[in-house]
Ligand binder design. Structure first.
Ligand SMILES: Cc1cc2nc3c(=O)[nH]c(=O)nc-3n(C[C@H](O)[C@H](O)[C@H](O)COP(=O)(O)OP(=O)(O)OC[C@H]3O[C@@H](n4cnc5c(N)ncnc54)[C@H](O)[C@@H]3O)c2cc1C
Length: 385
């Protein structure tokens, strides 16, 4: 394979790179030589992305659905959360990838079908090597979204792991104007927390998922049983399952190296875009993409700001610790967070966008004593590390 020489090598062509290509195109970045490096041609991981957004969004034309209110079923019963003017939105990866491919065509991106095994950074350029050590791409910058482990261990390592069914009914069964965001009526695991959610796309179609925040995945039979019993709880008739959605996202206070070497920048989950206390990643990946595109359009370096402020990562570390050590039950935690604060504040917090004053109010709505114990434990663990 001839060496491809570019300004920007995008290693991994999944969510983060797709959003970046779309942003580069929208920001009118032209004249950059760009290559993507991914071993997979068409089967980029298919998934559904749910995220918060405002009344208008660049992805409106490709959204599957958006809701201005959502329901939460916590220990205190059912609560409807009015989100307006914000919305909870859902987009499937297919249209996002299609948009990225169109952007790639306009940007003249070269697709290198290979697995990147090493990124050798000499401080002025990066050489991308395959598993045999051959140089396949040389670039001024490499933006790397290959899955990677945190660069040092954390104090809590959980997963958000889930399985969902895209279902179709033969009569109207859903209210398409409202989604179920978190339904904690599911049987709770011994260690961790579980919930169901329902994202309807029409009166007869939608995505129903069973999710756990806990240390380890279930086996197939475990997800199957959990989903069947959740459908029973929702009192839904027999539904045709058209597609299965399955995955696991890290929930950890272990840090991800955002810039492992001068000219290598990590993106997406590998770059710390996953919010440790929720697994939400999509909005942070979009912010990173916008930041990089704006910087490049202005003639700067493709280095995005951190996905979340440090104080948010600390708050997430404390929350994870409190749940993991059994100091606070996550269902009550989320219920208090959502019902004792204006939803807009909580949503901005989950996206990492609140001010310190708003965060004081948010902290005040959580169970203070157990959270203080978790914070003290976290501090001690950091000191003795
Ligand atoms: C099923 C699922 C549903 C999700 N739903 C949501 C959601 O609703 N909301 C939300 O905010 N987040 C969600 N997430 C989390 C997050 O948004 C996604 O994981 C997102 O795809 C992360 O993007 P990424 O680019 O970091 O990783 P990926 O999209 O996984 O892309 C990584 C790419 O790297 C490539 N690659 C791997 N090894 C190599 C190699 N050696 N060389 C070159 N390329 C390589 C892979 O082929 C892949 O294309 C979900 C995650 C999953 C798994």
């Amino acid at each position: 394979m001839a060496l491809v020489d570019v300004d920007l090598a995008l290693i991994g062509y999944g969510g983060a790179t797709s959003l970046l290509l779309d942003a580069l195109d929208r920001h009118g970045v032209r004249g950059l030589r760009i290559a993507t490096v991914d071993p997979v041609e068409t089967a980029r991981p298919h998934r559904t992305w749910a995220f918060w957004t405002g009344p208008r969004d660049a992805f409106d034309p490709i959204l599957d659905a958006a809701w201005s209110h959502v329901d939460l079923y916590g220990p205190g019963g059912a609560q409807r959360l009015e989100l307006a003017p914000m919305r909870y939105a859902m987009v499937r990866s297919g249209p996002v990838f299609a948009r990225a491919d169109e952007a790639a065509d306009r940007l003249g991106v070269q697709a290198v079908r290979a697995s990147a095994a090493a990124l050798d950074d000499d401080g002025t350029s990066v050489t991308v090597r395959d598993a045999g050590g051959a140089a396949i791409v040389r670039a001024a910058w490499a933006l790397d979204s290959r899955p990677t482990a945190p660069h040092r261990p954390g104090r809590t390592f959980w997963l958000q792991h889930f399985r969902g069914w895209w279902v179709r009914a033969d009569r109207d069964v859903f209210d398409p104007s409202s989604a179920i965001l978190m339904d904690f009526r599911t049987p709770q695991p011994a260690h961790g927390v579980s919930f169901g959610y329902v994202l309807p796309t029409g009166p007869r179609t939608g995505l129903i998922e069973y999710t756990e925040f806990s240390p380890a995945r279930l086996d197939d039979a475990g997800y199957e049983t959990a989903l069947r019993s959740y459908l029973k709880l929702l009192d839904l008739p027999e539904l045709a399952v058209e597609e299965v959605e399955d995955g696991a996202i890290p929930m950890t206070d272990a840090p991800f190296a955002r810039r492992p070497s001068p000219r290598v920048v990590r993106l997406g989950t590998a770059g710390g875009a996953t919010r440790p206390s929720t697994g939400y990643t999509f909005s942070a990946m979009r912010r990173q993409a916008e930041g990089i595109a704006a910087a490049l359009a202005a003639g700067g370096d493709p280095v995005p700001p951190a996905a979340y402020p440090r104080r948010h990562l600390w708050m997430d570390a404390v929350a994870l610790r409190a749940w993991d050590r059994g100091l606070v039950a996550a269902p009550a935690f989320f219920e208090r967070l959502f019902t004792r604060n204006p939803p807009g504040r909580v949503l901005r917090f989950l996206d990492g966008l609140t001010s310190p004053a708003e965060e004081v109010a948010l902290m005040g709505s959580t169970p203070l004593l157990p959270m203080a114990r978790a914070a003290a434990g976290d501090l001690l663990a950091r000191i003795v590390r």
